[in-house]
Structure formats: C-alpha cells, structure tokens
Write a protein that binds this ligand. Structure first.
Ligand SMILES: NC(=O)c1ccc[n+]([C@@H]2O[C@H](COP(=O)([O-])OP(=O)(O)OC[C@H]3O[C@@H](n4cnc5c(N)ncnc54)[C@H](OP(=O)(O)O)[C@@H]3O)[C@@H](O)[C@H]2O)c1
Length: 271
C-alpha cells in the first residue's frame, strides 16, 4: 500500500514502539489517528507530529480500548476519517510467575492484548471491507510463538493474537482486506520494567531500538507481507519451537533462575 494514500488508526500510539511508528507513518505522508489512554502524553505527541507533518495529518483520541465504549468511539471516528488501515499495537505487560499474578492482572492482559484488538477489528471490518483496499496489522511478539518462563499470561495473549491473525487472514483471502502480523523481539521501551530488563540481561536476550520495529512495521504495510518475526536467534527459536517444542524445554534454566524468589542468606553466611 502507498502510505501517502493511507488513513491509519494506530493504537498504542503513545508507547515506545507506537510513537516511533507514528513518526515514520506521518513522515511517509499517511493520515494518522493516534489512540491510547493518557490524554496528556497523546496530545504532546500529536502536537510534535503535526508540526513535522508533510502532508500527513494527525489526530488523537484518548480512549480505553479495554472497554466497548472506548472501541465504539474509536470506530466512529475511524469511519469518519475513512480509515483504510488499522494497526493494533496497544498492549499491557504481564511479567512474573503465574503464582504471583493475580486474576485482575490476567484479565487486564487478556482484555487489552487480545479481546480489544479482536473486538476493534470486528467493529471496523464492515467499513474496511467497503474500502477498495484495506489492511489490519496486529503487533504480536516473539512470545506469540515461543512460551518463556515468567510470561505465561502475556504469551497466552500473544499466541491468541497470532492465531486470530492467521485465521482472519485466511478467512478474508480474496477480499480487499489484508491481515498482517508483526512479531518484534524484546525492545527498549517502558513496556519492560527493571525486572524484565534484568531478566533480559541475565538470559542474553538482545533488545531492539523501537525505531527498528517502527521501520519494519512501515515496510510491512508498504509490502503487505503477511508475517514477520524480527531478530536472530529469535527467528530460529520460533521455527524450532514450531517443529518440536519439547526440544527446547531444557533450554530455559537461566530464565527460571530469574524468577526464583531471592532466598534469605543463611545464618552461617551472615556470621
Ligand atoms: N517492548 C517490547 O519488548 C515488546 C516486544 C515485543 C512486542 N511488543 C509489543 O509491541 C506493542 C507496543 O509495545 P511498547 O513496547 O511500545 O509498549 P509501551 O511503550 O508500554 O506502549 C503501550 C501502548 O499501549 C497503550 N495502551 C495500553 N493499554 C491501553 C488501553 N487499555 N487502551 C488504549 N491504549 C492502551 C499505552 O498507552 P496508555 O497507557 O496511555 O493507554 C501505550 O501507548 C505491544 O503490542 C507489545 O506487546 C513489545
């Protein structure tokens, strides 16, 4: 798709990856509707982007996409702007052992990372199907194909999103709506708190700059490539995991160690 012809709805726009993607999209001449909850952060971003925009127009909507009312509001504005691209990038992190994750966090992660993009896509689909050409791009994760200790809930949300994307792509084959899936690897944004950063360091997990992910996202929209996993060895790991997941089961002791509760020093060590 030629981005200069695109009217894009970008969720998670104020985040590390979302803001970098918004900059690239606006610079490519696209009209972009930014969505996230924090109004102040969003309007600051919209102001900066509008000042830089060459032809591309920017608007912002502060909205909670984990609610039906929020999604309906975004859908109505997207239709008024004749959106032909939906990028689902909003998500919340959920790191920790399952035992340490309360039900509220599980529900929030599934509602935001899985139910919201599915329901928003469904709400916009009749409109997108009326466009000569439209794209839905879902931002997943390496953890949408590879389950790691400490990420059971987050991985469940991203495995779900990938299954949703693949099924919908096949369901809509032959229509004007393309459905794409981008899987970033770990990326340096506020999504990853100090404990995830420590986990990544201890396990040798490399982190990308959000601009790398943003450029990949733009290329995917331009080329309409169905699916892309970023990073090596992540690409190899997800392939192996798809072929024979049990082969990899023994490879995550270092990751588990990062989750072990810090044991108090024994009295002998204190003396
Ligand atoms: N960072 C990584 O290591 C990494 C790796 C792989 C994949 N990803 C994926 O990449 C995407 C972007 O991540 P990021 O690193 O840019 O995260 P981030 O910096 O934390 O940004 C998350 C964005 O989602 C928005 N958001 C969260 N809950 C929302 C809700 N209920 N309604 C509306 N907006 C909501 C946030 O804004 P508000 O808080 O203002 O709502 C923010 O704009 C996510 O889908 C994430 O799963 C990230």
């Amino acid at each position: 798709m030629r981005l200069a012809d695109a009217s894009i709805v970008l969720t998670g726009a104020s985040g590390g990856i979302g803001a970098a993607a918004a900059r690239e999209l606006v610079a490519s001449g696209a009209r972009v509707l930014l969505a996230a909850r924090d109004r102040a952060r969003l309007s600051q971003l919209a102001g900066t982007l509008a000042a830089d925009a060459r032809g591309g127009q920017v608007a912002a909507l502060a909205v909670d996409l984990a609610t039906t009312a929020g999604r309906t509001q975004l859908r109505d504005i997207a239709i008024a702007r004749r959106a032909n691209v939906l990028v689902n990038a909003a998500a919340v992190p959920c790191f920790g052992t399952l035992a340490d994750t309360d039900e509220g966090r599980i529900e929030q992660a599934i509602a935001t990372n899985l139910v919201a993009p599915m329901a928003l896509t469904r709400a916009l689909l009749p409109h997108l199907a009326r466009q000569p050409h439209a794209i839905v791009l879902n931002v997943g994760s390496t953890l949408g194909r590879l389950g790691l200790p400490g990420f059971s809930v987050y991985a469940a949300s991203k495995f779900g999103l990938r299954g949703f994307t693949e099924s919908l792509r096949r369901e809509l084959a032959g229509t004007g709506v393309r459905v794409l899936y981008l899987a970033p690897r770990a990326t340096r944004t506020a999504f990853n708190d100090a404990s995830v950063a420590a986990y990544n360091r201890a396990t040798g997990t490399r982190e990308d700059d959000p601009r790398t992910v943003a450029r990949a996202l733009v290329r995917m929209l331009e080329r309409e490539s169905a699916e892309r996993q970023l990073g090596f060895p992540e690409r190899l790991a997800v392939r192996l995991n798809g072929l024979a997941p049990r082969w990899l089961d023994g490879a995550f002791a270092k990751h588990r160690m990062q989750l072990a509760p810090r044991t108090a020093a024994s009295p002998k060590e204190i003396m």
